[in-house]
Design a protein around this ligand. Sequence first.
Ligand SMILES: *Cc1c(COP(=O)(O)O)cnc(C)c1O
Length: 397
Amino acid sequence: MPGFELFGAEEKKEVNDVLETGIYMRYGFDGPRKGIWKAKELEQALCERFNVKYAQLTSSGTTALTTAMAALGIGAGDEVIMPTFTFVASFEAVLSVGATPVLVDVDDTLTLAPAAVKAAVTPKTKAVMPVHMCGSMADMDALLDICREHKLLLLEDACQSTGATYKGKALGSIGHAGTFSFDFVKTITCAEGGAIITNDEAVYTKADAYSDHGHDHLGGADRGADGHPHLGFNFRISELHAAVGLAQIRKLDRFLAILRNNKEVLKSAMSEIPQVTFRRIPDEAGDSATHLSFFLPDADTARAATAAIKAAGLPAFYWFDNNWHYFRKWNHFKEGATLNPFAAPLAKAMEVYKTKEFPASDAIISRCISFPISLAWTDEELREKAGKLVNAVKSVL
Ligand SMILES: *Cc1c(COP(=O)(O)O)cnc(C)c1O
């Protein structure tokens, strides 16, 4: 699944370049850094690999989302439509800019159901944020149509799907902006890090400044001479982290080839079980194949199958019981358990979650298991895992 499985000499070499100069900060120190600019180099590599004009690295996927929200002008009073199934970081970013997360149902793509998005649009809606979960994508054509019709921004949370494509375009590059996470368990990793990609120069310029205290980076070698067109935060990535990412992005195509091959083998083995159906993937060729996500007939069977898979010594995610990825267990969110109070209108808007239920999402997520696909298995291990997975699932049917 994640890039850390295939760390090696390449990552060490890139990090060593930075250790040699002793300049760990991505800005300034133009002389002593001796021409080593790993963050800039990685941003350039992201632009080339994902065919976008601009990329801005940040300290994490969460700060990439927060920065993207700010750069897109999303703030207090704005509603952001997002799915009930995602990592908590997605709503953390919405809340962090004072906007209102409007959760809507997912369908068998495991992300936004277009009809549910349509039904949730209000005069306050500013953006739609699909989350491309577990390596695969939302139904982007349907979401683009809705955004065009209602003049909404489309922000892709592609944190879990770096390298996946939809109809030939990189996930993250299709909406007004997209974000990646390079945390330790993601497809490629910087240890910690994230990025915003966009083709909109204004969005990029704002993201660049926002993620570095508002620095416009026009002061040359003297950071003290930079202007501050607007407020910002410190969401910078370090040169050490960017160096790791630089080695990793060069391996991305190799990672994708391994993952896709492994998924084929696993999926074809699982296809022999008539009770198993698979996640709908709007463009299956573009799946980054970090997971094989499938459905069982009901929640009890899915829960039992998860236990059987784990008992066989294999990993499995049963999101319905997981505290971090599905609305059902987000009690802190439902209760508005903040350390400091929400502004009054947001507090009022959040009240709805105290009692809100999502039966349509429950019906999908309670039957879903995601099997994480490793980069490091040998062919023999892959065949062995596929056999064990099939047997474990069959044992509960
Ligand atoms: C991991 C993740 C994030 C946040 O990334 P971090 O780098 O861990 O902050 C955001 N959204 C989703 C869907 C994620 O899986």
